[in-house]
Design a protein around this ligand. Sequence first.
Ligand code: AMP
Length: 642
Amino acid sequence: MNKFEQLGLSESLLKAILDLGFENPTEVQEKAIPLLLEKDTDMVALAQTGTGKTAAFGFPVIQKIDVNNRNTQALILSPTRELCLQITNEIKNYSKYEKGINVVAVYGGASITEQARDIKRGAQIIVATPGRMQDMINRGLVNISQINYCILDEADEMLNMGFYEDIVNILSTTPDEKNTWLFSATMPAEVARIGKQFMTDPIEITVGAKNSGSATVSHEFYLVNARDRYEALKRLADSNPDIFSVVFCRTKRDTQAVAEKLVEDGYSAAALHGDLSQAQRDGVMKSFRGRQIQMLVATDVAARGIDVDNITHVVNYQLPDEIETYNHRSGRTGRAGKLGTSIVIVTKSELRKISSIERIIKQKFEEKTIPSGIEICEIQLLHLATKIKDTEVDHEIDTYLPAINSVLEDLSKEELIKKMVSVEFNRFINYYKKTRDISNQASGSERRERDDRDGAPRENNNGGATRYFVNIGSRDNFDWMSLKDYLKETLDLGRDDVFKVDVKEGFSFFNTDPEHTDKVMEILNNVQLEGRRINVEISKNDGGGRRDHNGRSSGGSFGGGRSSAPRREGSFAPRREGSGGGGFRSDRNSAPREGGFGGRSDSRREGGFSSDRPRTEGSSDRAPRRSESFGDSPRPRRPRRD
Ligand code: AMP
């Protein structure tokens, strides 16, 4: 008797498990399945994604369904469309030998009438996102008054996303006698409240989180100035040529902007966030799974449920608002026993968060410095040499060899090697030798200690506050009050967080506490006002209202780095509108367009794509995405991972 048989699973499930190749039950399966099969009970299970929890509730629910009854008997609620579809597929796989079971996925962004039609045909199991489910209930398109089982998957995430009301409403239309199984990675107060309100004596199980990564994920942070965040991301990518990563941003807007910049700079990247259509998201995920995308830039919400193995790095481009979310993020790597790295790009005002995260993950971060240009060149060069060595020769090339040999016949082996790698190396060295060192000088640990001690980092001596210069003023119809309101709203700050607002004709000054500095710089520098991009800089003046001549950040000079200069020029450039088409920002030349081991910039565009232009399968079939040629021929920047 194998271990799955011992759990009490039916023949048809065991057969499906054999097909799936599952050898042993995971911890959550071992704990939950026998209990759920034996008893009609409520359950609270603390388990993360990747622990096998879908099967932990999926197997029992399938086995308990009455296939001869076409009524809806089980409802599974999940936070996102991706996860909803993933669960539906898993349940279909598990129940493939169970004749007569119908599973229907109900989620936003797809035709509600088609979903209603599928349900009408008889769906014993509905897997739904809360918003769409509520919509269907309101329109009388679904009847869940007879269900026996309700499963809340990733309950913490659903509540995080603001689905509390929907969940309460949905649960209120289900019978009291049903069993509720709640799966959650964490147990915040709201989840506990749902449990208390809707569950009776739930059995509680907790599983050691396979993906908390204690064994397989290492955690690193890189301390940078806020304005260098993007440059740091590129360097991290450049110093990991085989990176296959999820890059987390806090907002949809940042996600879109970072992905666009990466694509523009020749990386194979795409954005994944809630503003994309379902087809776009599917396209992005397909390309990511197929490794045509090396850097998937995602919001936390959109990345939930992504189940892709072999992710080498999780990059926290920005830390999440809720530090608990860090666990979810880092759990995307280090799966299935593989090693992974979770990287945090952090500014000094966020350093204290690192200590808090360490307490949560019970692991220490390693502080690292962003590699210098020279280090990156060396890494890339060695990577290239290894790649040449490992390249399998396609003998189609034999036809061309005589001609090639005659071109190169005067070169010695040494010269040939030197020239060959220089073709690539020159571009990189040319870019990087002009850039400055962006790693933050002071040691992060020192700062952390100091910040912890002081309670808050001090950015300047302006009464502890940061003063900004911003290029909008009375000419833009602002007075101090309306500008203050505008800033509070745009920056999502509280009533007293913006102060000392001083409006001049073409520009203004204002203050915030230093803890908001990064936010102000990042958000405001990416906002457009009536076609004009807002430009905010940290002022050196003390609140007297005069613009500092340079208007430059107190955090250091912009000098040397070519990456910084175009950003200034681009301040008033038109911004692309929405997520469709449109031009890219004027600062797109800031990164290694001419730099990286890539070909011409226009050809690099073929290498990656932004989320508004997902590659279809057709397009990837039509033209090889990457040419492996050296020299000036068009070659997208990043080598494809085969
Ligand atoms: P989940 O936590 O449900 O998202 O599952 C993560 C992944 O593990 C999915 O790809 C499942 O198909 C897989 N899986 C679930 N149970 C097992 C098992 N007992 N053995 C091997 N893989 C499993």
